[in-house]
Design a protein around this ligand. Sequence first.
Ligand code: HEC
Ligand code: HEC
Length: 258
Amino acid sequence: MMKRGYVLLVAALVSGCEKPHPPSSVTDDWQTLLGKADARRGADVWQRGPQAGGKACQSCHGPAGQAIDAEPAPRLTGQDRLYLARQLSVFARSQRQYHTMQILGRTLSPQEIADVVTWLAQARAPAAALPALDPRLVAAGGALYGRGDGGRNIPACAGCHGTDGRHPTEAGTPYIAGQPTFYLTEALTDLRARTRVPDSDGQNMFSAAHNLSNSDIAALAAYLASLAPAATGPGRTPPAPRPIPSDHLPKPTSRSAG
Ligand code: HEC
Ligand code: HEC
């Protein structure tokens, strides 16, 4: 026993630097980081991507985090910042899968995450145009959303996400009103299948999604997509990004050489 433990310890020490490190963006101490977050630095990350290199967030999520048509991305404008920070960790650990987001989740530093989600939480943007929706689905989804279904062990979604889907009852719970139907369908299907792991405080969503049928999911997605999202009003304008420091600009390439 002892010997085996010793061998394992030595092996761990020797191979220490070759082993893949846990992604540095994974932390359980978001409250401290969010406490010293700077929305202006976050705006830089939003517009130019992580300091360490990588895609700019706005290229897929839109200039103020509103969902844009060309990308299968959700609306992030005005979203709960603790929820967003935790999702970036969940991507970094590959417990939720979308290639670019997994890479970005690992590249961003914890403070960059705290900064960018703070910027997003303060952002405002108009809602996307209302999609064409089947009114019967919308009505069925509204009933399930508001009351749940005790007989089938489905809780009322409104209890946590707010009666209008815009005012969650606790920090760490997202607003879900006004998200695109395909995104809501995918999120609920993945949570039901447990292929998208909620953060440690979000385990509630596993049980909420567990007994949903495909038609429940279609109805809930239609209902939620019919509602206005959060943060559509003028509100507080997030700070504009700072001018780009020259050492941050892409270096000119020497294509002409040779
Ligand atoms: C290549 C396009 C692309 C880029 C660039 C991108 N995202 Fe995403 N992002 C997506 C897509 C698509 C999803 C939804 C993935 C899914 O279906 O699970 C997503 C999901 C997210 C989520 C989870 C939202 C939720 O409601 O659960 C967060 C947070 C997020 N992105 C933040 C960022 C930040 C911050 C950056 C910049 C550092 C960024 N994204 C850059 C495409 C992108
Ligand atoms: C007990 C509280 C609770 C209840 C009840 C609940 N949710 Fe959630 N929901 C959460 C939390 C917390 C999260 C964040 C989970 C995570 O970490 O992934 C979440 C996440 C979600 C998401 C993902 C949002 C995104 O941007 O990707 C959707 C969609 C959702 N819930 C829909 C529903 C629906 C529909 C119901 C009712 C059937 C419901 N929820 C019931 C707490 C709850």
